[in-house]
Design a protein around this ligand. Sequence first.
Ligand code: NAP
Ligand code: MG
Length: 403
Amino acid sequence: MKITVKNPIVEMDGDEMAHIMWTMIKEKLILPFLDLDLKYFDLGIKHRDDTEDRVTVEAANAIKEIGVGVKCATITPNADRVKEYGLKKQWQSPNGTIRSILDGTVFRKPIILNNIPPAVRNWKEPIHIGRHAYGDLYKSVEHVVEGPGIAEIVFTPREKATSTRIKIHDFEGSGVVMGIHNTEASIRSFARACINYALFEKIDIWFATKDTISKKYQGFFRDIFAEEINNKVADIENSGLNYRYLLIDDAVAQVIKSRGGMLWACTNYDGDLMSDMVAAGFGSLGLMTSVLVSPDGKYEFEAAHGTVTRHYYEHCKGNPTSTNSMASIFAWTGAIAKRGELDKSPEVTKFARKLEDAVIRTVEGGIMTKDLMLIAEPKAEKYAFTEEFLDCVAENLRSSLSS
Ligand code: NAP
Ligand code: MG
């Protein structure tokens, strides 16, 4: 008997090895057990190209309407990809498009396993990373300066004719300039999302910028964040949690020396880098899960890794692969658990937790993919192929559901 899920989930399919795993996860771990209405969007690169990328916008709007989505990793095309797939152009990053439509904050959290010790010995608890997902480098305008001339920032208020001009640089020769921005509203909703997430997960909040160098831009982030913390100071203190503000370089050092167990709230670019560093430190990109939370409570779950292109090329040659599907499975369980919570269907949320347990028991029982085998303690004898691993998880899930 399948468990009925009351409301739909938005499903966004993707590319390459991530797509191969996606299909197997659905067939082996989800559809046999759940009666689930999936609103399907194919974000595979070919279909994005065919629809002039409209499918990405439609998927984001569907998440806005339905509240919960789950996304497979997708190719963000560069020049090589345009050639490889014969694309019309270098389409924007789908994640970037979805983030700006939902104005959300991305939280990443590693999966912790007894037999996978982190690279940093003193890390005992997950380090959660909250990445501000709007603006800065990701909404920049750039200009290549071809010869001598002055680059300026010009701001023209809507109500007044007079503009403010600030010289960036007086160029003697060629060079390059970039303009970036952020908005108070977005920084505030980022800070609020972080506070809510930390209160929910019962973890301290760390926030860091480079405000010694960037007194206005980064200082703005520091001040807005501090204001939002002050607004919630009673809740934070009542929960026994702490807020720490640091300089970003100090934060990097302190995180390495810590035991983990905090939310590290990062500006957009810092979060891009640090989430990959933390993921690698906890063992593998295949262990990092990710959720985009919008200020009005919409959720999009995904794995933090990409499409795992190198493994896909092996797969295409007919060679067996050993790609870690755990983060993709946890994207599904995150979405299903959230759906259950929003629909007040505890049996749906319980199914998601049982699937997560089945995954963890599989690895702790010694069956794992190659990325984990190399770092497991005790050492694993051999590694499982991509599909073999999923079959073991399915077997563990079946036995836990029937007991
Ligand atoms: P990647 O797909 O994350 O893979 C980089 C390397 O990390 C892999 O070659 C593999 O190392 C290891 N790895 C990542 N995930 C793994 C897993 N589940 N199991 C085992 N090993 C794993 O990053 P990339 O190669 O830089 O990017 C490939 C494509 O993904 C690009 O087109 C990029 O645009 C896209 N991308 C999408 C997203 C997203 O949709 N969220 C995010 C990042 C990148 P070994 O080769 O050493 O085994
Ligand atoms: Mg990154």
